[in-house]
Write a protein that binds this ligand. Structure first.
Ligand SMILES: *Cc1c(COP(=O)(O)O)cnc(C)c1O
Length: 375
């Protein structure tokens, strides 16, 4: 394909008309098994669904084109992608994780990785000196999440990739919040991009999935693919098909998520009840300059902190109509969540914080809803 712009790639790659029927929408292949020859010869490249199927391959093609990678794997969920990758680390490896990150990742490195002697060091990825200091001993992996959940901290991917590589680490970026429409970590030096495709890729809050995209089709990519095919946390074909369908509108949706988020952030930033708006598009955000350099636009996720503390945050969440109280993000509908209430026994998020997934409703309607909830 000659087109290079991500919105065009999102519409076309993996969505080519079916060569046998001309069908413009991709066929959904549910077959678990594929005919082979008497000595196991694969006639069309497929054998058994766990090891690959044509619908999944279309999604893998789309992911590789969008992220600019040479290999990709799809998984049953974002957590399955993360877990399968981390299971490929040797016992006792050292890994750097971000201090602000997806709760599932924190649970992996606090509860599960220590069982294999994997040492997780937690650092503020926005503080390059702190990362350099933590990188001195041999390091297996540097994990970046930018913008991060839920504080929306911005990490400098190019600078961190350089620091991580000097320590011999594989550099991974969780690109779920930004999507490749806004940020392409492999072009900035990262080795692997991870996605929860449950979020913006699926885009309609109705399909769970995860992905890894590798800059190179290298030994680690082969190791992860082999582990996935044997251990089996694969994406179901129907889920791949729905995710591919989400891909087609990803460019248009991201543009509108970003435009709505700008309107919402500008409104909330000047509201007297709001202490702070964490959205990298605001010039007062500490990571704004880096975000402006490494992102095309600033995304639809933000968090806000209210002057009235926990009570004010819960009151606001209870009064919103267009923003539904629910976890997850990246769907058409706007969502709000008091993170501290859903983070278990030891919540990390500030008690006055609400996370917003700004959806595709009319921006002025969203502002009117926020205004009434704050009044
Ligand atoms: C949701 C999410 C995940 C986990 O993905 P699942 O599909 O829910 O397993 C990982 N990272 C980020 C940033 C997420 O938002």
């Amino acid at each position: 394909m000659t087109a290079k712009q991500p919105a065009t790639l999102a519409v076309h790659v993996g969505n080519e008309p079916d060569p046998t029927t001309g069908a413009v929408a991709p066929p959904l292949h549910l077959s678990t098994t594929f005919r082979h020859g008497p000595a196991g010869e694969r006639s069309a490249g497929y054998e058994y669904q766990r090891e690959g199927n044509p619908t999944n391959d279309r999604l893998r093609e789309a992911l590789m084109a969008l992220e600019g990678g040479k290999q990709a794997m799809t998984f049953a969920s974002g957590m399955a992608a993360m877990t399968t990758l981390l299971e490929c680390l040797p016992n006792g490896a050292r890994v750097l994780f971000p201090d602000d990150c997806y709760t599932g990742l924190r649970m992996l490195f606090e509860e599960f990785l220590p069982e294999r002697g994997i040492q997780a060091t937690v650092v503020d990825m926005a503080d390059l000196d702190a990362v350099r200091a933590a990188c001195t001993t041999p390091l297996a992996m540097l994990w970046i999440e930018t913008p991060s959940n839920p504080l929306m901290k911005v990490a400098d991917i190019a600078a961190l990739a350089e620091i991580g590589h000097r320590a011999g680490a594989t550099v991974v970026v969780d690109n779920t919040f930004a999507t490749p429409l806004l940020q392409r970590p492999l072009a900035l030096g990262a080795d692997i991009v991870m996605h929860s495709t449950t979020k913006y890729f699926g885009g309609h809050s109705d399909v769970l999935g995860g992905a890894l995209v590798f800059a190179e089709d290298d030994a680690l990519a082969h190791k992860v693919a082999h582990r996935l095919h044997v251990t089996g946390a694969v994406l179901a074909p129907f889920s791949a098909w729905l995710t591919l369908r989400g891909c087609r509108s990803l460019g248009a949706r991201m543009a509108m998520h970003c435009a709505n988020a700008r309107k919402v952030a500008d409104f909330l930033a000047t509201h007297p009840a709001v202490e702070r708006v964490n959205w990298p598009g605001l010039s007062i955000h500490p990571g704004h300059d880096i975000a402006a350099r490494q992102m095309r636009d600033f995304g639809g996720m933000m968090s806000i902190q209210l002057r009235g503390g926990r009570e004010a945050a819960l009151a606001m969440a209870g009064k919103l109509h267009l923003f539904t109280n629910a976890t997850s993000l990246g769907g058409c509908e706007s969502l709000v969540e008091h993170r501290a209430s859903v983070e278990g026994a030891n919540p990390r998020s500030p008690q006055n914080l609400l996370r917003l997934s700004v959806g595709l409703e009319d921006g002025d309607d969203l502002i009117a809803d926020l205004a009434q909830a704050l009044s």
